[in-house]
Design a protein around this ligand. Structure first.
Ligand code: SF4
Length: 348
C-alpha cells in the first residue's frame, strides 16, 4: 500500500521527501492543507516530480463515501478508512454562517453511554492522527469557506486516544498550518470524563478548551447512564477539572444531554448546583437527539418536552448556574450530538 501524505506534519513530510530540499516539502504541505485533491493539480512541481510522487504516495488514506446535507446547512460525511472501517464527521453551521468541524477520534466507542448511537456500536479501534486530520480536510472541502471552530466531539472518547489526539491538535493549532492555523481557544475537546486524560491535558497541554459530558451530577444515575463512568468517580473528576482550571485558566463547558423524565429531576438540579461550586463553568443543556431503539433499563428513552427543558434550565438559573439550552443542529441528517453511526449502512 502507498504511504498517504495528508495529515503528516511538515517535519514528517520533509523526512519522507529526502533528498529533496525542504522547500519542496513546504510546497507539498501547503497543497495538502489547501485541500488539493490530486498530484496533477500541483503544477508548481515538474511533471517528472509529480509522476514520481504519484508512484510512491497517495494523498489521502480515507475517502468520503457519502455526504448528507441538512436543511440547517449542516453537512455529515461518512468516511471509509483504509481498513474498511467507516466513521463520520460533521460540519455544523450556525445562524450567523459560522462553521464548526466536529471530528471523530475512534471507530465506535468503548464507553457505552445508553443515550448515544456510537456507544451502541461497540469499539473497533483508535484513529490515527492522519485519519483525524483528513476528516478536517474533507470537511474543509465540503465547507467551501473558512471553518471557524473545531470540536473533537464525534465518534469515540478522545482522551482514550491521547497520543494521536495530541498530534492532531498540534497540527491544527500549529504555525505550519499557515493562515488556517486555529487559535487554541477555537478548539474544544469533549470528554465523557476520563480523569487521567484531563490531568494529562492540564499538565502537558495543548492548551485547548475542554467540555465535559456530565449528563448528571447524581453519581448513581450517571453510572447507570454512562457505563464506563464508574472508573472515573465524580469527586475525582471534579478535582481534575479544578486542576485543569488552575493550570490552564480556561472556562470549562459542562454538557448535560437531557433525557425526558430521567435526569431532569430536582435531585439532578441539586447535584449539579453542588458540583459546579468553585468551578468556572458554562452549562450547556442538550435536549436528547433521538436514537432509534435506545433504552434505559428496559424503557425507551424519550426527548424532554420544551416545558421540561425550560423548567430545568430555569431551576438551575435560580441557583445562579450559568446555563444555556443548545440548538439542535444537524438532527435532520443524524449528525447531531449522540447520533453518529445511526444510518443503517454504517459499519465499524
Ligand atoms: S457519548 Fe461519547 S463517550 Fe459516550 S458512547 Fe457516545 S461517543 Fe462514546
Amino acid at each position: 500500500m502507498k504511504q498517504s501524505l495528508a495529515g503528516l506534519s511538515l517535519a514528517e513530510l520533509t523526512e519522507l521527501l529526502k533528498p529533496l530540499p525542504v522547500f519542496r516539502a513546504r510546497q507539498l504541505f501547503r497543497h495538502l492543507c489547501c485541500g488539493t485533491r490530486s498530484f496533477a493539480e500541483m503544477t508548481d512541481f515538474s511533471l517528472s516530480l509529480r509522476e514520481s510522487m504519484e508512484r510512491r504516495f497517495s494523498l489521502y488514506s480515507s475517502e468520503v463515501a457519502q455526504r448528507f446535507v441538512d436543511r440547517d446547512g449542516s453537512v455529515k460525511l461518512q468516511i471509509d478508512l483504509s481498513d474498511g472501517a467507516r466513521i463520520e464527521a460533521v460540519l455544523l453551521s450556525d445562524e450567523n454562517g459560522r462553521k464548526t468541524a466536529c471530528l471523530s477520534t475512534q471507530a465506535g466507542c468503548p464507553m457505552g453511554c445508553v443515550f448515544c448511537k456510537t456507544g451502541s456500536l461497540g469499539f473497533n479501534r483508535n484513529l490515527t492522527s492522519a485519519e483525524m486530520t483528513e476528516q478536517f480536510l474533507h470537511l474543509q472541502a465540503a465547507a467551501g469557506s473558512r471553518i471557524n471552530n473545531v470540536v473533537v466531539m464525534g465518534m469515540g472518547e478522545p482522551l482514550l486516544n491521547m497520543t494521536e489526539l495530541r498530534k492532531t491538535l498540534l497540527f491544527l493549532t500549529g504555525q505550519d498550518f499557515g493562515s488556517r492555523q486555529f487559535s487554541k481557544r477555537k478548539v474544544t475537546v469533549s470528554t465523557c470524563g476520563i480523569v487521567a486524560g484531563i490531568r494529562e491535558l492540564a499538565e502537558n497541554g495543548p492548551d485547548v478548551r475542554i467540555a465535559l459530558s456530565l449528563t448528571t451530577a447524581d453519581e448513581d444515575l450517571r453510572g447507570r447512564l454512562m457505563k464506563a463512568s464508574a472508573a472515573n468517580p465524580l469527586s475525582a473528576l471534579r478535582n481534575a477539572l479544578l486542576s485543569y482550571q488552575q493550570r490552564r485558566k480556561r472556562r470549562i463547558t459542562l454538557e448535560a444531554v437531557l433525557l425526558g423524565g430521567v435526569n431532569t429531576r430536582q435531585k439532578d438540579v441539586d447535584a449539579l448546583t453542588v458540583f459546579v461550586q468553585g468551578l468556572d463553568v458554562a452549562v450547556n443543556l442538550i435536549p436528547w437527539n433521538p436514537v432509534v431503539g435506545a433504552l434505559f433499563e428496559g424503557a425507551p428513552l424519550r426527548q424532554p418536552s420544551r416545558a421540561e427543558t425550560d423548567g430545568f434550565a430555569e431551576r438551575l438559573r435560580k441557583q445562579k448556574v450559568n446555563v444555556t439550552v443548545r440548538l439542535k443542529r444537524g438532527r435532520g441528517i443524524a449528525g447531531a450530538c449522540g447520533q453518529l453511526g445511526r444510518l443503517s449502512d454504517t459499519r465499524v
